[in-house]
Design a protein around this ligand. Structure first.
Ligand code: FE2
Length: 156
């Protein structure tokens, strides 16, 4: 599998560096006065300094919980996710969305938690008991990916 690349806005490079290195365990690659490259579990993510952060609140819900429309993150191994959750709890971090299980008992059951970086970007860490379920759908019902029903605009 090839690494993905993601560029994202931040409003404070120093705080960004501390968070991605100290909390998320990233190492640092190239950096300039306005950007920092991080090694995020083998993937290249680049923080770019901006003067004003875009609004990332929104009101979308996933399995009944409010989820920011823009977020990125990592699908961890099951035990790795639980160890990381305990580590974060020990540090006393404020979760954006507390660790919980969504789609419980359904094909897309997954453990998930969200953090905010210092600029307010949302980062999701999730895990499936069975990684094969990552893109699983209910047989014959592709519209129910994740075990939920995707509403069409007309059904709202
Ligand atoms: Fe997500």
């Amino acid at each position: 599998m090839r690494p993905f690349h993601l560029a994202f806005p931040v409003n404070d490079l120093l705080k960004t560096e501390r968070f991605y290195v100290d909390v998320l365990g990233c190492s640092i690659g190239r950096r300039t006065k306005r950007s920092i490259n991080f090694n995020f579990h083998g993937h290249q993510i680049v923080a770019h300094l901006v003067s004003e952060m875009p609004n990332n609140t929104g009101d979308g819900k996933v399995d009944g919980k409010k989820v920011p429309p823009f977020h990125f993150g990592l699908v961890m191994e099951y035990t790795q996710w639980h160890e990381f959750r305990e580590e974060l709890i020990r540090t006393g971090i404020d979760f954006r969305l507390q660790p919980h299980v969504r789609y419980r008992g359904k094909v897309g059951e997954q453990a998930t938690m969200f953090l905010n970086d210092p600029s307010g970007n949302a980062i999701e860490f999730k895990s499936f008991k069975d990684d094969e379920r990552l893109f699983a759908t209910v047989d014959g019902k592709e519209h129910t990916a994740g075990g939920g029903v995707i509403e069409s605009e007309s059904s709202k």
